[in-house]
Design a protein around this ligand. Structure first.
Ligand SMILES: [Zn+2]
Length: 182
């Protein structure tokens, strides 16, 4: 029998409810506080939110990590699940860490953007999708026509790849409305 941990992935565009889905998933597992970790990239300073609140009302600290943070050093023998939010901001080095965690039998749950605002594969997400045991494509509502949206459209003229923002900078669009580019 394989002892490889499960990898659950929630991917999609902005405003698709990825973080909520991640929190709901963890909540349903009914874990004790010391049995799971929530990791966030340091780049995501948007909310300044360093805790998540699970659906049974318990708040849990998020650990802010960099690509070169030694994740394995954070893992105690009690850890069963590691949740990663905004996973697109991590890179190949981090991918190796994820594989190592899975190899230890730890269940990894990751949420992130599959495509950047130019529609290109974004960071770690496509790699995680490739090896995922469970994939969930979440969709938003197109800001322009109300259909299902899979694209993140940048409303401002700024070519920086990582422009942290919310509705002031981005909106969700379906493929047709995204392609119109206006
Ligand atoms: Zn549309």
């Amino acid at each position: 029998m394989s002892v490889q941990g499960k990898l659950t992935v929630y991917y999609g565009c902005m405003f698709a409810g990825k973080t909520s889905a991640l929190i709901e998933y963890i909540s349903k597992l009914g874990l004790r506080q010391n049995e799971f970790l929530v990791l966030k990239p340091s780049i995501d300073i948007r909310s300044g939110n360093r805790t998540i609140t699970t659906h049974d009302g318990k708040s849990h600290e998020c650990i802010i990590v960099e690509n070169d943070t030694d994740i394995n050093a954070l893992v105690t023998p009690f850890i069963k699940v590691i949740a990663i939010d905004e996973a697109q901001f991590f890179d190949k080095v981090f991918f190796a860490d994820v594989r190592r965690l899975l190899g230890k039998g730890i269940h990894v749950v990751a949420a992130g953007l599959d495509k950047d605002y130019l529609g290109r594969p974004f960071g770690l997400m496509p790699m995680l999708q490739t090896i995922a045991t469970e994939k969930n494509h979440l969709k938003a509502v197109c800001n322009n026509c109300g259909k299902e949206a899979e694209y993140t459209y940048r409303k401002v003229d700024n070519k920086v790849l990582v422009l942290i923002g919310n509705t002031n900078h981005y909106e969700a669009r379906c493929e047709a409305c995204y392609s119109m580019k206006n």
